[in-house]
Design a protein around this ligand. Structure first.
Ligand code: HEM
Length: 296
């Protein structure tokens, strides 16, 4: 990168241009009017269906299983929303729209804070209360959350073994396989950086995207240049660091919650439990962003 005062140029429209203004959209009134009589809060949000989905398996039914089910379902809904937002973020990066990318990232960061905070609720459950229904969970475990693995793959934490574990469910397997073969958010970001004129090594740009993101000295050099000279791109780098830190924070809170709930017992998914989960800590999705911290 040649320039010493590089600023990422942005000609992208403001956020409000994403939707047509109400008075310029003749369809809005007609659609609202035609739907108004039939649509209610309950029918729009499918509340009947939603509230019928919490089905405890313990017999007799244990009080705390309801919390356990709801919190997992809420997580899966947020995971769906995170994927929805991150997919659009990748599109914004591919379309060279940095301001919208930042906006999108901030939303995901707020969701991540909510995901971490929810662990507080689960931690009101004592080891005895969890044990009252644990045997009924059989081998089911958060380890089998396909959407969690989708988020990991999208962030660049690719691991083929996870893909193979989902071969029993075609929808989950197809979704994961698509993400496994797609460039990650980090790939999209670095390609965007390259299009802004920063020198990114050809071997990074042509890399096998099914491999987990590793360290790249060339990428780190570009990041150092960005931090020194480009405030707009620096902001994006910092948001990505927040995202990476946020996911690691969730892992840490989850393992502490597991440890206080089941101690050193094995997980229902068959792992060594807290010991296995500790091995997943401090493994960043964007290692180069962390590596450059000591360069200043
Ligand atoms: C009492 C509550 C919980 C306990 C005791 C617990 C326990 C565990 C254990 C022991 C594992 C390791 C795999 C295994 O052998 O099962 C695990 C993995 C996992 N759990 Fe939980 N968990 C709880 C709540 C949650 C919640 C609410 C979520 C939200 C979706 C969640 C998501 C996950 C995920 C995504 C993994 C895989 C982590 C990885 O492989 O990196 N867990 N859990």
């Amino acid at each position: 990168m040649a320039s010493s005062s590089h600023e990422s140029s942005s000609q992208e429209p403001a956020f409000h241009d994403r939707a047509k203004p109400f008075d310029e959209n003749p369809d809005v009134e007609t659609v609202a009017e035609s739907l108004a009589p039939a649509m209610t809060y309950g029918s729009y949000l499918k509340i009947d269906e939603l509230l019928s989905l919490q089905q405890p398996v313990s017999r007799p039914v244990e009080h705390d299983e309801t919390l356990f089910i709801i919190i997992h379902q809420v997580y899966e809904l947020w995971f769906k929303e995170v994927l929805h937002e991150l997919d659009e973020l990748v599109e914004f990066l591919n379309d060279d729209r940095p301001a919208l990318s930042s906006h999108q990232l901030v939303r995901v960061l707020k969701i991540l804070k909510t995901l971490v905070a929810q662990i507080d609720v689960l931690e009101t459950m004592t080891p005895l209360e969890f044990d009252s229904f644990r045997e009924f969970l059989a081998n089911s475990s958060g380890f089998q959350s396909a959407q969690f693995r989708e988020i990991e793959f999208l962030l660049g934490l690719k691991d083929r073994r996870h893909l193979e574990r989902f071969s029993g469910n075609k929808r989950e397997h197809d979704n994961l396989q698509r993400r496994y073969h797609a460039p990650s958010l980090w790939d999209a970001f670095i390609r965007y950086v390259a299009r802004q004129g920063y020198e990114i090594p050809e071997d990074f740009l042509a890399r096998d995207v099914t491999r987990a993101t590793g360290y790249s000295a060339g990428v780190q050099q570009a990041l150092i240049d960005i931090y020194r000279n480009d405030p707009a791109l620096t902001r994006l780098c910092e948001y990505l660091t927040d995202l990476d830190e946020g996911l690691q924070e969730w892992r840490f809170r989850h393992v502490m919650m597991v440890q206080r709930t089941i101690g050193t017992k094995m997980g229902t998914g068959g792992s060594s439990g807290a010991e296995y989960l500790r091995s997943t800590l401090f493994r960043p999705a964007f290692p180069d962003l962390w590596a450059v911290r000591s360069a200043f």
